[in-house]
Design a protein around this ligand. Structure first.
Ligand code: NAD
Ligand code: IPM
Ligand code: MN
Length: 352
């Protein structure tokens, strides 16, 4: 049966890196049906909304969805519900992709591209599991209200239920079993009610279902520090939506560049996954063919592996990326001079 990958190129460098995914897919998986739809600022400009109901339906019906990036200064004053980012959040929520896998892996060839010392990041292989459909991103109430004294008050709500914590932590424990068998859970249980509940639920789940996995609790601020102090201590790092957003950008830089880090957002088995590079639309380099396409290409690699049942093809693609980097392929963010398409050329060449 034909499988469908829905591409959502988005804004800024999103279309630039998604075009490179298309080139790789056309070479590697010519039988895969590639479709496209609008998401983000481009969709707002065309339809007055950052995602249409039709696109949500198509995403749910696809085998996998791959997004480029959304957002940019030109939409900063759009109504909040129609900001490009709101379209992405709606998509994540409607697809029910609650577990966001963000692998921070240091390719040998890039150990000198990081701003950290080689000996600190050599061998780095962290799987961040970020909760993606709950927490302060979605909690109610939220808003801005006027106060009697003429000030305004902005507020958001951080909220987690037992089952929301359990399902994402289960994903983390299962992943750890296939890796180095260690889970670090990061929260602020010293300050936040939801953090206290998070720790309590993880502890109980661990005792009941995963006693064979090593579990460590770490306050999120310490986790941020430990990530740059001795990042190789981490195997699987599970955390909430907001801390996961911040810690994964930090981890990306350990690998050499934000342009290297892919992600897979997964829900219950059988549902399509949503694949995204973790970087944004990079307005500062958009339109210059300077973006590193590897985060997007590696997101496609994750789609092959996690949604499309093509693990061997994923292995081939991963090795080709590794070989291209070993051969010296570098975009500007990695200290080189290759343009976006030239980096893909290097990957295609390594694919043979
Ligand atoms: P950003 O990730 O777009 O850029 C941060 C820095 O990293 C910039 O200097 C950029 O040039 C660089 N960078 C990012 N991706 C790169 C790549 N592939 N190759 C080379 N360099 C790269 O973050 P920002 O500037 O804070 O946000 C810009 C916009 O993107 C905002 O509207 C934000 O909301 C949005 N955003 C979207 C996503 C997403 O769509 N998933 C993720 C993050 C930010
Ligand atoms: C990410 C981004 C998004 C997030 C934004 C664009 C909504 O920063 O995917 O990391 O905060 O989740
Ligand atoms: Mn982010």
């Amino acid at each position: 049966m034909t499988q469908t990958l829905l591409l959502l190129p988005g804004d800024g460098i999103g279309p630039e890196v998604t075009a490179e995914v298309r080139r790789v897919a056309e070479r590697l998986t010519p039988d895969l049906n590639l479709e496209e739809a609008l998401l983000g600022g481009c969709c707002f400009d065309a339809h007055g909304v950052s995602i249409t109901d039709e696109t949500v339906a198509r995403a749910k019906a696809a085998d996998a969805v791959l997004m480029g990036a959304v957002g940019g200064p030109q939409w900063a004053s759009a109504p909040r519900a129609q900001r490009p980012e709101a379209g992405l959040l709606r998509l994540r929520k409607e697809m029910q992709v609650f577990a966001n896998l963000r692998p921070a892996l240091c390719f040998d060839a890039l150990a000198d591209a990081s701003t950290l010392k080689r000996e600190v990041i050599a061998g780095l292989d962290i799987m961040i599991v970020r909760e993606l459909t709950g927490g302060v991103y979605f909690g109610e109430p939220r808003g801005v209200e006027k106060l009697d004294d003429g000030q305004k008050r902005g507020f958001d709500t951080q909220t987690y239920t037992t089952s929301e914590i359990q399902r994402v932590c289960r994903v983390a424990f299962e992943l750890a079993r296939g890796r180095r068998n260690k889970v670090t859970s990061a929260e602020k249980s010293n300050v936040m009610e939801s953090g206290m509940l998070w720790r309590e639920v993880v502890t109980a789940l661990h005792a009941k279902e995963y006693p064979d996995v090593e579990l460590e609790h770490m306050l999120a601020d310490n986790a941020a520090m430990q990530l740059v102090r001795r990042p190789t201590q981490f195997d699987v790092l599970v955390t909430d939506n907001l801390f996961g957003d911040i810690l994964s950008d930090e981890a990306a830089q350990l690998t050499g560049s934000l342009g290297m880090l892919p992600s897979a957002a997964l829900g219950d088995p059988g549902r399509p996954g949503l694949y995204e590079p973790i970087h944004g639309s990079a307005p500062d380099i958009a339109g210059k063919s300077a973006a590193n396409p590897l985060a997007a290409i590696l997101s496609f690699e994750m789609a092959l592996r996690w949604s499309l049942g093509r693990g061997e093809t994923a292995d081939r693609l991963f090795k080709a990326v590794e070989a291209a980097l070993a051969a010296g392929a570098r975009t500007a963010d990695l200290g080189g001079s290759l343009k976006t398409a030239q980096m893909t050329d290097a990957v295609l060449k390594a694919l043979g």
